[in-house]
Design a binder for this molecule. Structure first.
Ligand code: PEP
Length: 256
């Protein structure tokens, strides 16, 4: 049984006060939780949010890392540092990192490996552009992006989650249909089987991301191969994020 994970990617949003209020509300709502709940604030606020959610079921992640543990890499943040400020998780390969910062699979593979080496759980994000989907390349693109796992052993996969985020659905209000999401997730699970075998494939969680909202979350999360959500816009307000977590709890009880 794969435990549903609902993750909020705050991106470059929320100053200290807003982030504190939001994390306080989530920590108060989830002293314990039937699903996993993760929030990923911007770097400057990680320590503060770590203090706010301490003792609750809400977990902390960063949105990015650099692969070296320390050194002359101005402006970068290592996995060691993330662990040190209380992160348990890190996102790698978000489409905005790929699109605006030129991050490619080879670099992302090093980032995934570094996160794992430093004891972080890693969410590796993959997803096709609209043009790639329209020209029938979705599967080829996803297969290529799974090279982000190039340096990950089968044992380490226990600490890896894949997030399928079709780029055309991120921040657009256009959500993949449940069929499109399920189809892509099943394809990705097949890729995990080819790389690691049935046992790893059956236990690795694959999240859906792309305009997940309170009103579409339950349907998406109820799909057999959808094991959670990576949420951008709707994770910035307590009400909407909590509604998605609650949909996760409901979907989880159907899947039992
Ligand atoms: C994201 O950026 O990971 C995301 C899914 O954003 P949104 O929910 O706003 O589409």
């Amino acid at each position: 049984m794969r435990r549903i994970l609902v993750a909020g990617n705050w991106k470059m949003n929320l100053l200290a006060d807003a982030g504190t209020s939001l994390s306080q509300a989530l920590a108060a709502k989830y002293p314990i939780a039937a699903v996993e709940v993760l929030i990923c604030p911007a770097f400057p606020y990680l320590s503060g949010v770590a203090a706010t959610i301490r003792g609750s079921a809400v977990q902390l992640g960063a949105q990015n890392l650099y692969f070296s543990p320390q050194g002359a890499f101005t402006g970068e943040v290592s996995g060691d540092m993330l662990k040190d400020v209380g992160c348990g998780w890190v996102l790698v390969g978000h489409s905005e990192r790929r699109q605006f910062f030129g991050e490619q699979d080879e670099l992302l593979a090093k980032k995934v490996a570094a996160g794992l080496q430093h004891g972080l759980k890693v969410v590796l994000c993959v997803g096709e552009l609209l043009t790639e989907r329209q020209s029938g390349q979705m599967e080829a693109v996803l297969k290529k992006q799974m090279a982000g796992l190039a340096l990950v052993s089968a044992e380490q996969m226990a600490n890896v989650v894949i997030a399928y985020e079709p780029v055309w659905a991120i921040g657009t209000g256009v959500t993949a249909s449940t069929e499109q999401a399920q189809q892509a997730h099943a394809f990705l699970r097949g890729q995990l089987t080819s790389r690691y075998g049935d046992a790893v494939s059956a236990t690795t969680r694959i999240l859906y991301g792309g305009s997940v909202k309170a009103d579409n979350a339950l349907e998406l999360l109820s799909q057999p191969d959808v094991d959670g959500a990576l949420v951008g816009g709707a994770s910035l307000k307590a009400d909407s994020f909590i509604a998605i977590v609650e949909a996760g709890i409901q979907a989880m009880s159907h899947k039992r």
